[in-house]
Design a protein around this ligand. Structure first.
Ligand code: BT5
Length: 283
């Protein structure tokens, strides 16, 4: 489609990643993702505030499913509740997908869970990394976060107008590339695989893996995905403390329900589904 877009950053800035060799170029991305239903249109930026902002703007102006936004650098990458997402220039995959899933709004969590499962699966099968999915939106390796997903969208009653699925996957980082506050809590594909990573190859793997699980979810429902998620969940069977808007809860993680909520068995044996929250401790 369009030529390399400079986004809201200075043209040319952030083009050359650390090390200089691993460039995500437009022609390469188009070739690597030829035929992908989630990357029919590719928007590549050297620098943006957030790829989710770009994708949200595209979706609001009518862009259909199949628009992919990729940036080399994000100046305001974000996580949930406005938390910052550390997006080292040239070292990660910072991307967003415009989706228009045929799902009820209350089930929209399933999309990020399916995406996370796709990423964990491709990291396990293609890159030899023992990745798991930590509810609700993290891909982790031995307790360290390698990838975070941020799903945002617009809803009308119980239907989804669109979703933007943002994916931040640490790719080329060495330990020294993470800020002090993430030391010991973050990792990357290069660190975990011990391989020389080409982001183009990783991007194609990730988008195709997310695509496979996303369309499986739409066509076949959540059950198969749920079973796979339970197999790679670092929380299953553990006692977790979860912070929710209504307060903190502690219980044994026993399942995911049909809407992607985390199911805890509380002290008295009562089952409780948690729709949104933060797991703060696992024992
Ligand atoms: C997330 O939020 O994990 C969602 C992150 C989504 C990032 C992508 S990048 C492309 C797209 N554009 C955006 O602007 N965002 C998306 P949450 O669960 O709230 O986790 C945020 C927390 O993860 C932070 O408070 C840190 O503790 C930690 N963190 C920040 N940067 C990290 C990194 N690069 N690697 C590992 N952990 C990180």
């Amino acid at each position: 489609m369009n030529d390399l877009e400079s986004g809201d950053g200075a043209p040319g800035e952030g083009r050359e990643p650390a090390g200089g060799a691993d460039v995500l170029d437009e022609a390469g991305i188009r070739t690597a993702l030829a035929g992908s239903r989630l990357a029919r249109e590719v928007h590549i930026f050297e620098r943006v505030v957030s790829t989710n902002d770009q994708a949200l703007a595209l979706a609001r102006s009518g862009a259909g499913e199949g628009n992919l936004v990729v940036a080399d650098r994000q100046t305001g990458g974000r996580g949930r509740q406005g938390r910052p997402w550390h997006s080292a220039p040239g070292l990660g995959l910072w991307l967003s997908l415009v989706l228009r899933p045929a799902l009820e709004a209350r089930r929209s969590t399933l999309v990020s869970l399916a995406g996370a499962l796709g990423i964990a699966t491709t990291l396990r099968q293609g890159w030899g990394i023992r990745a798991g999915v930590k509810w609700p939106n993290d891909v982790v390796v031995d307790g360290r976060k390698i990838c975070g997903l941020l799903s945002e969208g617009e809803f009308s009653g119980d239907s989804i107008r669109f979703l933007v699925l943002g994916i931040g996957l640490n790719a080329l980082h060495g330990r020294e590339d993470f800020p002090a506050e993430l030391a010991g809590r973050a990792t990357s594909v290069a660190l975990e695989s011990g391989r020389q990573v080409r982001r183009l190859e990783l991007l194609a793997d990730v988008v195709r893996a997310v695509e496979a699980k996303y369309f499986y979810l739409e066509a076949r429902g959540f059950d198969g995905i749920r079973r796979e998620l339970l197999l790679v969940s670092p929380l299953m069977g553990k006692v977790a403390r979860v912070v929710t808007a209504a307060g903190e809860l502690e219980g044994t993680v026993v399942d995911l329900d049909e809407n992607g909520a985390l199911v805890l068995r509380l002290g008295g044996g009562h089952l409780k589904s948690i729709v949104a929250g933060e797991v703060v401790r696992v024992t």
